[in-house]
Write a protein that binds this ligand. Sequence first.
Ligand code: ZN
Length: 155
Amino acid sequence: MVGAVKLKCIFCDVLSNKQPASVVLETEHCLVIADLFPLTAGHILLVSKTHQEKLTELSEIEMADLFLTARKIAPVLQAVTGADACHWLVNDGKAAWQHVPHVHLHLIPRYKNRPLQLLLGILTRPFMWLGLAQRRRRLDDFTHQLAEAIKETSV
Ligand SMILES: [Zn+2]
């Protein structure tokens, strides 16, 4: 498109180090970070390194890397958080609640004994700007712990 102006993208800013993030790991095609507004404890995002809005716009290699990385991380994420299951969630387009038009896969730990936790996370998300600095430190600690656990399972 001639004259098109690329809109500011929070994930592109994270990828170019213009915005901070709590990083778990990086692969050739994706960056794994903590969700700054976690719906449950341990909620992470796998962000494509290329700015594409939809999954189908990724190359096969980029999509494979995204999902194979998630496959590697999900069991470790469950072990570290004590979760019983995990949502693998892609909001693929604005009508599907995609708030940042840049491909990202959510891994959201779920707990058998906390069925309402996800709903509570959705309802309280608008208020999560409060205590951001403190939460950032906790997320940094968590992503460090998760990264170490992933390294241990990869050996
Ligand atoms: Zn982007």
